[in-house]
Design a protein around this ligand. Structure first.
Ligand SMILES: Cc1cc2nc3c(=O)[nH]c(=O)nc-3n(C[C@H](O)[C@H](O)[C@H](O)COP(=O)(O)O)c2cc1C
Length: 304
């Protein structure tokens, strides 16, 4: 990372630039495909990426329909939710991308946007607004309250709090009783025209620490200053509950594992791996063991 940084003062750059800069860094954002009905009975469908879940007991989510910076007009979604007190929120999959982009066009409130973008309606159970048939994760929501975030110029925002009353999940995305994120295949919004896709290549698991780890401040100096071990490597080492005892068995296991690695095997044979002067060789060994998930064995190569 470069040491030079550009600093932005919000009031000092044009709003359209600030908007894209903010959205580039607050990313990726989930996309809510919001279905509402106007008081005249016209269906409306629009994507919103100022969107997230904020509580689960009771389940509360929020969306942020802004006043259009271009026209100064409030979004139909906002008006419909205020007037009818309800909406359905539908997760957006990769296969729906172009259709939700089409649904984001500023059609007026006499136009049914389901018809415009070709997505299909599915009746809701508790509310009048339909759900989106193509979405594998749909919620029926009721309006709680809204907060206006400034009103002096176009582009001002709103936060609308909604309570989730029903969640519908397609059986196609459930594996062993849980939602499989790869099967869900959701997209998210980034800055400018960028989107990203949560597919098998991008999804990974990180297990939450089960205890308070010893922390970086308890790592030995040579490890902390290593040019080979990354911040993530150090965090794994610092995540142990206590510094593991350096047993003969853990050292032997570390050597046994590393002996299968051609490069490290040579260092082991030359007796360099535990040589405190060859930090680079030890750190490489630690890195390899951590990558394979052998945390205690990695610790057995650390001098203390
Ligand atoms: C992926 C995506 C996310 C969007 N997120 C928002 C948002 O969070 N807030 C907003 O005001 N407009 C957002 N928009 C623009 C609205 O979808 C667009 O203004 C739409 O026409 C509003 O429709 P409505 O007036 O029928 O509610 C987004 C557009 C796209 C394509």
């Amino acid at each position: 990372m470069s040491n030079t940084m550009t600093t932005i003062v919000p009031g000092e750059i044009p709003h359209k630039d600030l908007h894209q800069i903010l959205l580039s860094g607050v990313a990726p954002r989930p996309i809510a495909l919001v279905s509402t009905i106007s008081k005249n009975g016209i269906c409306n469908l629009s994507p919103y990426s100022f969107y997230n879940s904020f509580a689960s007991k009771p389940p509360i989510i929020a969306i942020g329909p802004a006043i259009s910076a271009a026209t100064g007009k409030i979004k139909d979604t906002y008006t419909n939710i205020i007037e009818t007190g309800e909406c359905s929120i539908n997760a957006v999959t990769f296969s729906m991308t172009e259709q939700i982009s089409l649904a984001s066009c500023e059609y007026d409130n006499t136009i049914d946007e389901f018809i415009k973008c070709g997505l299909n309606k599915q009746d809701s159970i508790l509310i009048k607004a339909p759900r989106v048939l193509e979405s594998p994760f749909q919620m029926e929501c009721v309006f709680l309250e809204t907060k206006e975030l400034g009103r002096e110029i176009g582009g001002n925002g709103n936060i609308m709090l909604l309570e989730v009353k029903r969640i519908h999940i397609s059986d196609d995305v459930i594996v062993n009783g849980s939602i499989d994120p790869v099967k869900l295949d959701l997209i998210a919004r980034m800055g400018y025209d960028y989107y990203c896709r949560a597919d098998a290549k991008s999804i990974f698991q990180v297990h939450k620490p089960k205890w308070n780890g010893i922390g970086f401040d308890n790592l030995p100096e040579d490890v902390l200053k290593s040019e080979i071990l990354s911040g993530s490597d150090l965090a794994i080492l610092a995540g142990v509950k206590e510094i593991p005892h350096n047993t003969v068995e853990s050292k032997e296991k570390a050597l046994e594992i590393l002996s299968h690695d051609d490069e490290t095997n040579q260092d082991i044979n030359l007796g360099l791996i535990f040589d405190s002067k060859s930090n680079a060789i030890r750190h490489n060994g630690i890195k390899k063991l951590l990558k394979m998930g052998f945390i205690h064995e990695a610790w057995s190569l650390i001098n203390r």
